[in-house]
Each structure stands twice: as structure tokens, then as C-alpha cells.
Design a protein around this ligand. Structure first.
Ligand SMILES: *Cc1c(COP(=O)(O)O)cnc(C)c1O
Length: 358
């Protein structure tokens, strides 16, 4: 089979999604499954929908268009603010988009009127992480504006933490969000149905809180795809962390000294590499490199160590293992490695059982 390839286990993904839907459902929280790590892979999206998620979320309109093209009909939220240059595509293919800017809302409204559609707006609120978000005192004014603009309907209010500054979702900031929602409803007379409290960094709060307040939705990517929460990257109880496996092929296998010889300067990436002499090692080179994946996010099998990575070569110390030319090595991936591997045209996606993504 072709290499490098990213193997996707749909059974494990379905299990992760189903488990989170059930556990959060007990707390009154629905799951929006975030597919941005999967580059619009329809087989994965279909599996998540079958697992009972309330809808899908993606940060790229291109991925959403690919999902629609492949027949995915579930509600999809564009979870990054639309570019002005893409508002027509957003209205045509996404049911809802996350928004913070009046200029974008006005253009979405015009596009929706032209297309004869009603576009949902999820207004993102700043809760301290200092990425996207309307400042809380300004929310009521923007809710009013959405309410008045033709072609738009207020889908709800959301916030996002832990991405830019690592701010932890807590009883305090989630409580503030619930309180803000109630205050704005009173001030504007507009009902706010969906309150989307955050991402995979919110799980500890969601499972531990005595009261989740008005929060009734979480947008989960990493927890579903990789089975980990996003504050400490700990595995979530009962979830699979190995639904994705990156497989690469050996192109050179030789016993070599571990110390380089000759004068030493920077390597191909401007780094000065410190090496320790450990005598001769079994070195294997894989046809995989930084052009394909963030190699720092690869988890090698037990007994194998990654010695270095350039654009096209991954160098391994295979310990006591004898890996001949043509052998395959299987790696676990973190979120960054997953994003890179999915996006690289040199890495094939192989969905177990379904064969391909579409
Ligand atoms: C990526 C993203 C998510 C999902 O984050 P995970 O940590 O993968 O669960 C949710 N919301 C927004 C706005 C995002 O950009």
C-alpha cells in the first residue's frame, strides 16, 4: 500500500463522538463536532453525524464546500469569522458563521438577501483569551444589529478560550458568559438559544461543574479526533487516542556511528544540533519529512527514537529492531501533526473499511 499514509479508524472516531455526546448530553450540552483537522473528509463527517452530534463546525469554507459536495447535509457552523471576500460562499454553504464584526454582518446580510437564504449568526464574545470576540459591554448592541439585519437570524452566542493565551475555562468565566447571555436577553428582548461555551479545553469544566449555567453547546475537535482534552493533553477516560496513525516507509537502513564527523555548523533548518555519542546505532531513514508533517508531533513506536527530520527524511534510531528497506513504521500523531499530514498532498488518507475520504 502507498506511503506515507494517514490511516483513519472510523470505528474509534465514532466511539469517541458517541461517548462525548452521551456524557455531555447528561449535562444538557450538545456537541458540535469540529472537522477542521480532517480537511473536509466526508467519510469522517458522516461517521460523526451518525454518532449523534448536533452539527459540524469547520474553520475553512473550502472544507465546508467539500463536505456539501460529498452530500453532508448536517448543520455546519463556520467557526472562524468569514472573510469579506468569501461572504457569498459562506451564506451558500454554511448554515451558521461565527462573527464579531459589523462590517461582516452587513455583508452577510446582503448576501443572504440576494440568495434568498436565512443565515445563522453565532456572536463570539471575548472572555479573556484575547483571540476573537466582541467585548461583553458591546454584545447587546451587536445582538440588536443582527436582529434588525434582513437575511440574518441570531443562532446564539459563543466564546473561545485556551487557544491564544491558554486561559482556562472555569466556573468564573463560564458563569460570566451565562450571566451576560441573560443580561443581553433582558436588554434586547431577543432570545439567545445556543450558548457555545468553548472547545476541547472545556471538558474538565463541563464534567466537573455543579452547574453549567446557560452553556448548551461545545465545539469539540481534538477530544473527538484524538481522545484528549486540550489543557494538559491528557487522554479523556474511555476515549481512543489512536484513531489516526501515520505510516511511513524505510528507504535506507544501515548501522552508522551516532556522532557526525567534520566541522559542524547549522543544519538545514538553521538549528545547531547537539548529539551524544552512543556508539554505533541502527539507523533507518523514512520517506517522510517536515514538508509532510510537523515531525515534532509524531509519537514513534516503543523502542524507536526520532533522531532528526529534514524536509524529506525522518531519521530514526531503531534500537534493537531490524527494519529493512521497504518496512513500514507506524506513528501516533498530535493535533498539529494531524493537521499537517491531512493537508500534505504527499500523504494519502486511507479510511479503514471505507477506503477513501469521499
Ligand atoms: C479549533 C476550534 C475549536 C475546536 O477546538 P478543539 O480544541 O480541537 O476542540 C472550537 N472553536 C473554535 C473557534 C476553533 O477555532
Amino acid at each position: 500500500m502507498t506511503a506515507p499514509r494517514l490511516e483513519v479508524d472510523l470505528v474509534k472516531l465514532g466511539h469517541n463522538a458517541r461517548t462525548l455526546v452521551a456524557r455531555l448530553g447528561q449535562r444538557g450540552i450538545a456537541v458540535t463536532a469540529v472537522t477542521k483537522g480532517t480537511l473536509g473528509c466526508a467519510a469522517i463527517a458522516h461517521e460523526l453525524v451518525r454518532a449523534g452530534v448536533a452539527g459540524l463546525g469547520d474553520s475553512r469554507i473550502e472544507n465546508i464546500e467539500a463536505l456539501r459536495e460529498a452530500g453532508v447535509t448536517a448543520p455546519i457552523t463556520l467557526i472562524r469569522s468569514p472573510m469579506l471576500s468569501q461572504v457569498d460562499r459562506v451564506v451558500a454553504h454554511a448554515d451558521v458563521s461565527a462573527n464579531t464584526e459589523s462590517a461582516v454582518l452587513r455583508r452577510l446580510s446582503a448576501a443572504a438577501v440576494t440568495q434568498g437564504r436565512l443565515h445563522g449568526v453565532l456572536l463570539m464574545v471575548e472572555s479573556g483569551d484575547l483571540r476573537e470576540g466582541i467585548l461583553p459591554p458591546d454584545l447587546a448592541g451587536v445582538v440588536d444589529e443582527v436582529h434588525r439585519l434582513p437575511g440574518l437570524r441570531l443562532d446564539g452566542v459563543g466564546t473561545n478560550l485556551a487557544c491564544q493565551s491558554g486561559v482556562v475555562p472555569s466556573g468564573r468565566n463560564m458563569g460570566d458568559l451565562s450571566h451576560l447571555v441573560a443580561t443581553v436577553e433582558t436588554a434586547t428582548g431577543v432570545d439567545i438559544d445556543r450558548v457555545s461555551g468553548g472547545n476541547s479545553a472545556n471538558l474538565e469544566w463541563a464534567f466537573g461543574a455543579t452547574d453549567v449555567g446557560r452553556v448548551n453547546d461545545l465545539r469539540l475537535g481534538e477530544a473527538i479526533l484524538l481522545g484528549r482534552e486540550a489543557l494538559h493533553r491528557r487522554p479523556v477516560d474511555g476515549l481512543h487516542t489512536d484513531a489516526f496513525t501515520l505510516v511511513a516507509e524505510v528507504i535506507e537502513a544501515q548501522v552508522k556511528p551516532s556522532l557526525p564527523w567534520g566541522a559542524i555548523a547549522q543544519n538545514a533548518f538553521g538549528e545547531t544540533v547537539a548529539v551524544r555519542d552512543r556508539g554505533e546505532v541502527r539507523q533507518a531513514i523514512l520517506a517522510l519529512g517536515r514538508q509532510d508533517v510537523d515531525t515534532g508531533g509524531l509519537v514513534p513506536p516503543v523502542g524507536i527514537e526520532i533522531l532528526g527530520a529534514s524536509s524529506d527524511h525522518l531519521v530514526l534510531d531503531t534500537g534493537t529492531l531490524d527494519l529493512p528497506v521497504g518496512a513500514e513504521v507506524r506513528f501516533g500523531v498530535d493535533y498539529t501533526a494531524l493537521l499537517g499530514a491531512m493537508t500534505s498532498p504527499f500523504v494519502a488518507e486511507v479510511v479503514l473499511d471505507a477506503q477513501t475520504c469521499s
